[in-house]
Design a protein around this ligand. Structure first.
Ligand code: NGO
Length: 527
C-alpha cells in the first residue's frame, strides 16, 4: 500500500537533502511542517500551491454528507483568507487552484478516519475511505496553512502550501477528552469551543460528566426536579446550570458535524447527592440531603435495594439515549465508598442490561470490573491496575486514563495555582511520555480501545481556566491516541508543539507556557 502511495506522487527523495529549510519562502518542503498528531507518512514534491480568493471546494455529486464537510472546510477558511469559497458538486476533477474532497472505495487501510492529502501544484485533494477521514484530513490542511488561518477576520497573507502527500490513519479508534460540567457548570458556547479544540487535533470523543454530588446538568423530562432543584448550585456555591434537552441535542449536532461522538456519563450509585437531594425516594431512609457545594467524594449512594431506583435509571437512560446517537453510555461507578460491596456489585449487574436495552454499550470507571461485565462493556482505567486487569480477564476493552499521566486537572508543577495534585504533578513531558500499551503489565495494544484525558473541574470555573489546564497537555494526548508509539519522541514533539503557539494565540487559547517547550517567543520579538 505504501509503495503505491509513494509511486503515486512520484517523489524525488534525493532532492529533499538539497531543499532543507523550514522557513523558506515560498514553502516547498512538506516534510518540514510541524503537524500534530504526527502523520504516518509525509513526502515532499518540492513545489508550492497557492490558495487564492477564486478557489472553490469541490465534492462529488450527490452526497449531502460531503457537501456538509465541504461547508465545514469553507467556513474554517473563509473568514481569515478573504476567500468566498463555495462548495460545488462536480463529476469532474476541478481546474487549477481548488480543493477537492472525495471518497475512495478500495483503500481499507485508511479505515474509519484515515485520509490521504495530496497537494499538487494545481490542486489540493483530500481523499478518505469514510467521511470522518475527510474531516481529519481537513485538520491537517489547516495546520499546513499559516496560523493566521485560524482568525475569524481577514488576514494579510498569501496562503501557500508546500506540495507533496500525506497518508495518515490513527493508532486507536477512541481518542477522547472528558469535561466535568457537574462540579462547575459550563454552558453550550464553552462546550462548543472545547469541541473545536479537540477536533483540531483529531480527537473523536467528548465524554461529558453530566452528574455528580454538586449538580445534575441535563434536563430529564420524566424527573424534572433533577434540574429544577439539583442543578441550582455548584462547587463553591455558585448558581450552577443545566442543558435543556434542546441544548444537549445542539451539542450533539455540533460534535457530529466534526465527527465527534458525545459520551454522556450519569455517575452512579455514588456521586449522586444532587439526584438524592432532588428525589428523596432514591435514598434508603427516604430523606433528602442538602445540596452539596464542597469537594469531598464517596459520601452519597443511590439505595440499591429500592425498585424505584431502577425505574429512575431506566427513565434517565432512555431519555438520554434517545438524544445520543453515539454507541456509548457511561455509568460512572467510581468511588462508591458508601455502598456496601455486595450492593455495588448487585447494582452494576442490574444497571448494565438497562443500558443495553436502549442499544448502548456500557462504559464505566475501573471499579465496575468488580462486577460481572456484560459482553462488549468498556472499562475506563484511572486508578487501579488490578481493576483494569479484571476487566481484561473478562474480555472487556479498556480506555486508558491513568490519573498520574492523563488527568488534566493535576497541576503542572508545585507552583501551578489551579488544579489538584493527589495523583502527582503532570508537566507537559510527563503527560506525553507514556505508551498506553505498555503502562500496565498484562494490558496490551489488543486490549485497549483508546485513550482519554479527563478534566475534572473542582478548581476550574471558566473557559480561561479550563484552557490553562488543558493546553498544551491535550495536544499530547491527541498525539498519543493517533500516532504510532515508535514515531513519538519528546524531543521532536516539543519542537512541533512550540510551533502551535501562534495558533493558540490567534485562537485566544489561554495556554500554559511550560518552560520545557521551546516556544521561542523572545527570539521572534527580537527579529
Ligand atoms: C477521581 C474522582 C473524581 C474527581 C477526580 C479529581 C474519578 C474517576 N473519580 O477520578 O470524582 O473529580 O478524581 O481528580
Amino acid at each position: 500500500m505504501k509503495v503505491s502511495f509513494f509511486n503515486k506522487i512520484g517523489l524525488v527523495l534525493i532532492l529533499l537533502v538539497a531543499f532543507n529549510s523550514c522557513s523558506s519562502y515560498p514553502p516547498t518542503d512538506l516534510t518540514k511542517n510541524s503537524i500534530i498528531p504526527k502523520p504516518v507518512a509525509v513526502v515532499a514534491t518540492l513545489g508550492t500551491f497557492e490558495l487564492t480568493k477564486d478557489a472553490a471546494v469541490y465534492v462529488p455529486e450527490g452526497s449531502d454528507e460531503l457537501m456538509q464537510i465541504g461547508n465545514y472546510l469553507a467556513t474554517l477558511l473563509n473568514g481569515s483568507t478573504g476567500s468566498n469559497l463555495t462548495v460545488q458538486p462536480t463529476p469532474n476533477i476541478p481546474l487549477k487552484g481548488n480543493i477537492l474532497l472525495s471518497l475512495v472505495s478500495d483503500d481499507n487501510e485508511l479505515g474509519e478516519e484515515g485520509y490521504e492529502l495530496i497537494i499538487g501544484n494545481d490542486l489540493v485533494h483530500i481523499s478518505a475511505f469514510q467521511p470522518a477521514g475527510l474531516v481529519r484530513g481537513i485538520q491537517t490542511l489547516r495546520q499546513l496553512l499559516p496560523a493566521g488561518v485560524e482568525a475569524d477576520n481577514l488576514q494579510e497573507s498569501r496562503w501557500l502550501l508546500a506540495t507533496g502527500a500525506i497518508r495518515d490513519f490513527p493508532e486507536y479508534a477512541y481518542r477522547g477528552a472528558m469535561l466535568d460540567v457537574a462540579r462547575h457548570f459550563f454552558g453550550v458556547e464553552d462546550v462548543k469551543r472545547y469541541i473545536d479544540h479537540i477536533a483540531m487535533y483529531k480527537m473523536n470523543v467528548l465524554h461529558l460528566h453530566l452528574t455528580d454530588d454538586q449538580g445534575w446538568r441535563v434536563e430529564i423530562k420524566s424527573w424534572p426536579n433533577l434540574t429544577i432543584h439539583g442543578a441550582t448550585t455548584q462547587v463553591g456555591g455558585g448558581q450552577g446550570g443545566f442543558y435543556t434537552q434542546e441544548e444537549y441535542k445542539e451539542l450533539v449536532r455540533y460534535a457530529q458535524e466534526r465527527y465527534i461522538t458525545i459520551v454522556p456519563e450519569v455517575d452512579m450509585p455514588g456521586h449522586t447527592n444532587a439526584a438524592l437531594a432532588s428525589y428523596p425516594a432514591l435514598t434508603c431512609d427516604g430523606r433528602a440531603p442538602e445540596l452539596y457545594t464542597g469537594t469531598s467524594v464517596g459520601f452519597s449512594t443511590l439505595c440499591t435495594s429500592k425498585e424505584v431506583v431502577y425505574q429512575f435509571i431506566d427513565d434517565v437512560v432512555r431519555e438520554l439515549s434517545e438524544m445520543t446517537p453515539g454507541p456509548y453510555f457511561h455509568i460512572g461507578g467510581d468511588e462508591s465508598h458508601s455502598t456496601k460491596e455486595a450492593d455495588y456489585i448487585y447494582f452494576v449487574n442490574r444497571v448494565q442490561p438497562i443500558i443495553e436495552s436502549y442499544g448502548k454499550r456500557v462504559i464505566g470507571w475501573d471499579e465496575i470490573a468488580n462486577a460481572t461485565l456484560v459482553d462488549n462493556a468498556v472499562v475506563q482505567y484511572w486508578a487501579k491496575d488490578e481493576n483494569a486487569l479484571k476487566a481484561v480477564e473478562q474480555g472487556a476493552k479498556v480506555i486508558m486514563s491513568p490519573a498520574s499521566r492523563a488527568y488534566m486537572d493535576m497541576k503542572y508543577d508545585s507552583t501551578t495555582v489551579l488544579g489538584l495534585s493527589w495523583a502527582g504533578t503532570i508537566e507537559v513531558d510527563h503527560a506525553y511520555n507514556w505508551d498506553p500499551a505498555t503502562l500496565v503489565d498484562g494490558i496490551g495494544r489488543e486490549n485497549i480501545l483508546g485513550v482519554e484525558a479527563p478534566l475534572w473541574t473542582e478548581t476550574v470555573t471558566n473557559m480561561d481556566e479550563i484552557e490553562q489546564l488543558v493546553f498544551p497537555r491535550i495536544v499530547g494526548y491527541a498525539e498519543i491516541g493517533w500516532s504510532r508509539p515508535e514515531m513519538r519522541k519528546w524531543d521532536d514533539y516539543k519542537v512541533r508543539l512550540a510551533q502551535q503557539r501562534e495558533r493558540f494565540e490567534v485562537l485566544g487559547i489561554n495556554y500554559y507556557p511550560s518552560p520545557l517547550v521551546p516556544w521561542h517567543k523572545e527570539d521572534e520579538k527580537v527579529k
